[in-house]
Write a protein that binds this ligand. Structure first.
Ligand code: ASP
Ligand code: MG
Length: 419
């Protein structure tokens, strides 16, 4: 008998029919002879609705009364755990719902972005031993003062992985509205391959490069405690035969079976960044430190950085930031110029970042060359480059985003051949 944690997101909990449909997935796992702990999100749109209610009374409620915003937002999951338990009971299972506090999900006191400090799960273990199906509220915990906290948008994934780690579950199934993780966004590349298995590391790089399947902190936690995660759909037809494993993508540590021959497993893009260039800054020790300290002081998060040294002891320094941060940079533009003697500050928000990700890069040379050549052949100019051990990212003109993603999927064989 295995212990499986099953997490259902907002779209899988959207209305009574969808909740029943999700409950059938729980039933299937129970019928297979396994123990199940269910973690759920609020019903689709509910967390937004609740937070908007708070902000309708005070637009600054998040800043002025974060404790109350958490009290408010946490009710979304409280509704859905009860509904899921009602569904399971009506199917003949003995099921009970538990809030974060009842489970013993302890967090720090940072309202709206709390971090889990420990999980006791005593109650869960006790109820499981009595043969019950437990339904746990995602997203919420309890701080040292006994106050309700929430852990940031989308954090029900985190709850599910944390519970899996605490209970040493055999697997953590994340049910969503897509049937796995794809090599590229199917809206751009309809033939993109579905990945049967990927490593935590690749998943993390994919998330930072634009993929929106799993919550980043959840993947980090899964990696830390070696929780095997599976992403699958609660919308697909269920096979009659309960012995058949449902299709999906397994996220795990790096098993040998991770395709030796695959260099690149995914192409991602982000289009929410902008490039800032400081023209002719003084090329002497300490300049970069001053600039990036000033930006950090203004909470600007910098991603890529490139410096070109020109003649005459002056350098151009370019970096990328999230587009909304441009406003903050423009406000301190003259301060930046004075600080490092820059002649000018140029802005370009018509860029996108394209990334190729794959653990295969670690052991194979030439991936970057292939990537640049494929883009070059299509007339796509590369403005900036950055690399990590398993990722190569380039900044290009925004208008080439889709062409670049398609080109690289072709280059690295990431599409299914059309039958
Ligand atoms: N309900 C929360 C949110 O919408 C948590 C989650 O869905 O994961 O952010
Ligand atoms: Mg989610």
């Amino acid at each position: 008998m295995a212990l499986i944690v099953q997490k259902f997101g907002g779209t899988s909990m959207a209305d009574p029919d969808r909740i029943r449909e999700s409950a059938r997935r729980v039933k299937r796992e129970l019928d297979r002879g396994n123990q199940v702990v269910v973690a759920v999100s609020a019903m689709k749109g509910e967390t937004d609705r609740l937070l908007n209610l708070g902000m309708a009374i005070n637009p600054r409620a998040g800043a002025d009364c974060p404790r109350e915003m958490d009290m408010l937002a946490s009710t979304g999951e409280q509704v859905s755990i009860a509904l899921m338990a009602i569904a399971l009971n009506s199917m003949g299972f003995d099921s009970i719902s538990l809030t974060g506090r009842q489970v013993g999900v302890y967090t720090d006191g940072a309202f709206m972005k709390a971090k889990i400090t420990s999980i006791t799960a005593d109650r869960v273990k006790k109820e499981l031993a009595e043969g019950k199906v437990i339904v746990v509220a995602g997203f919420q915990g309890m701080d040292p003062n006994d106050d309700v906290t929430t852990m940031g948008r989308g954090a029900s994934d985190l709850t599910a992985v944390a519970i899996s780690a605490a209970l040493k579950a055999d697997r953590c199934d994340i049910y969503t509205d897509v049937d796995g993780v794809y090599a590229a966004d199917p809206r751009i590349v309809p033939q993109a391959k579905k990945l049967p298995v990927i490593s935590y590391e690749e998943m993390l790089e994919m998330a930072s490069a634009g993929a929106k399947v799993l919550h980043t902190r959840a993947v980090e936690l899964a990696a830390k405690y070696n929780v095997k995660v599976k992403v699958l759909s609660s919308f697909d037809e269920l096979p009659e035969d309960i012995t058949v494993d449902l299709p999906g993508t397994i996220v795990t540590s790096e098993p040998d079976s991770i395709r030796e021959d695959v260099l690149v497993s995914s192409i991602q893009r982000t289009t929410n960044e902008a490039k800032v260039t400081l023209v002719d800054v003084a090329d002497r020790p300490g300049t970069a430190a001053k600039i990036f300290q000033l930006l950090a002081d203004h909470s600007v998060v910098v991603d890529m950085i490139v410096q070109n040294v020109g003649a005459g002891g002056e350098a151009d320094l370019s970096f990328t930031v999230e587009r909304p941060d441009l406003v903050r940079i423009k406000k301190i533009e003259s301060q930046i110029k004075d600080l490092v003697g820059a002649q000018d500050v140029l802005y370009d928000d018509k860029i996108s970042k394209i990334s190729a990700i794959g653990v295969g890069m670690r052991t194979h040379a030439g991936v970057a060359a292939r990537m640049f050549e494929a883009l070059g052949k299509r007339g796509i100019n590369i403005l900036m480059i950055s690399t990590s051990e398993i990722k190569i990212s380039v900044v290009i003109g925004e208008e080439y985003t889709e062409l670049a993603v398609r080109t690289l999927c072709d280059e690295f064989h990431l599409t299914e051949s059309v039958k």
